[in-house]
Ligand binder design. Structure first.
Ligand code: ADP
Length: 253
């Protein structure tokens, strides 16, 4: 039985008058990949943004209910959001390296969080992060070049290296392969498989094949409700809910 890393209880999210999530109860297991699937606009991104309090930056957004990490309430007004985001990293749909060198893209976070004091410590963090994101061999001789000079797939691995550099516990991935070609996608999927040995991963994906390939648990959302959640194999082979069945067989969405 896996440990629960993150637990949401009756989580509701509103954008102004519009409710985007309805009483979501979802457990994410430690060192596993959980995939969130469902038609566009069903609340998948809204859910993952609750985990690192990214919804805070949206003025009209209100969150009620509970979401805990290791038993600590993430919605607590007194929680230090900077250290929460150190523990919960995020990778976005479109690779978004800073307009800086490959090296600086990765050393920036550790510097801000006071993690690399000396140049040699930072060098080590940069090397380790790039190795963990399976990019080191491709970039070790060009660390001073701009991050934006890399291919799309390499840029996304750079963004993963950047997320890893501050030593998080959880990595949120919001459709991380949607801008990538199949070969770059396969590399990211392989990487996710490796990363789950160390990190708890949540991936939003519109690709059911990807959910099957990378995740152990899958949650299906529809119109802001978590319709069904369970082992990925079960969700895709033998779901309990007819809506899940219709969605995975392409009948809607
Ligand atoms: P998904 O990730 O499944 O595509 P989202 O979480 O992005 O869904 O969106 C869920 C609902 O919340 C949608 O109806 C969307 O229009 C709304 N929404 C998302 N972000 C905002 C925002 N910043 N302001 C207002 N409404 C939003």
């Amino acid at each position: 039985m896996s440990n629960i890393k993150i637990k949401s209880k009756n989580l509701n999210v509103y954008y102004g008058d519009k409710q985007a999530l309805f009483d979501v109860n979802l457990d994410l297991n430690e060192k596993e990949v959980t995939a969130l699937i469902g038609p566009s606009g069903c609340g998948k991104s809204t859910f993952i943004r609750c985990i690192n309090r990214m919804n805070d930056v949206i003025d009209i957004c209100k969150v009620t209910g509970n979401i805990e990490m290791d038993g600590i309430e993430i919605n607590d007004k007194n929680l230090d959001v900077v250290s929460l985001r150190e523990r919960v990293g995020m990778v976005f749909q479109k690779p978004n390296p800073f307009p800086k060198s490959i090296y600086d893209n990765i050393s920036y976070g550790p510097k801000i969080h006071g993690k690399g004091e000396t140049k040699s410590e930072l060098d080590q963090i940069v090397e380790n992060s790039l190795k963990k994101s399976a990019l080191w061999d491709e970039v070790k001789d060009r660390l001073d070049e701009p991050g934006t000079s890399l291919s799309g797939g390499q840029q996304q691995r750079l963004c993963i290296a950047r997320a890893i550099s501050v030593n998080p516990e959880v990595i949120l991935m919001d459709e991380p392969c949607s801008a990538l070609d199949p070969i770059a996608t396969a590399k990211i999927e392989e990487l996710i498989d490796e990363l789950k040995k160390t990190y708890t991963i949540v991936i939003v994906t519109h690709s059911m094949a990807q959910a099957v390939r990378v995740s152990q648990k899958t949650g299906f959302f529809h119109l802001g409700k978590l319709i069904e959640v369970g082992k990925t194999e079960k969700i895709f082979k033998n779901p309990d809910n007819k809506m899940t069945q219709d969605y995975i067989t392409g009948r809607f969405g």
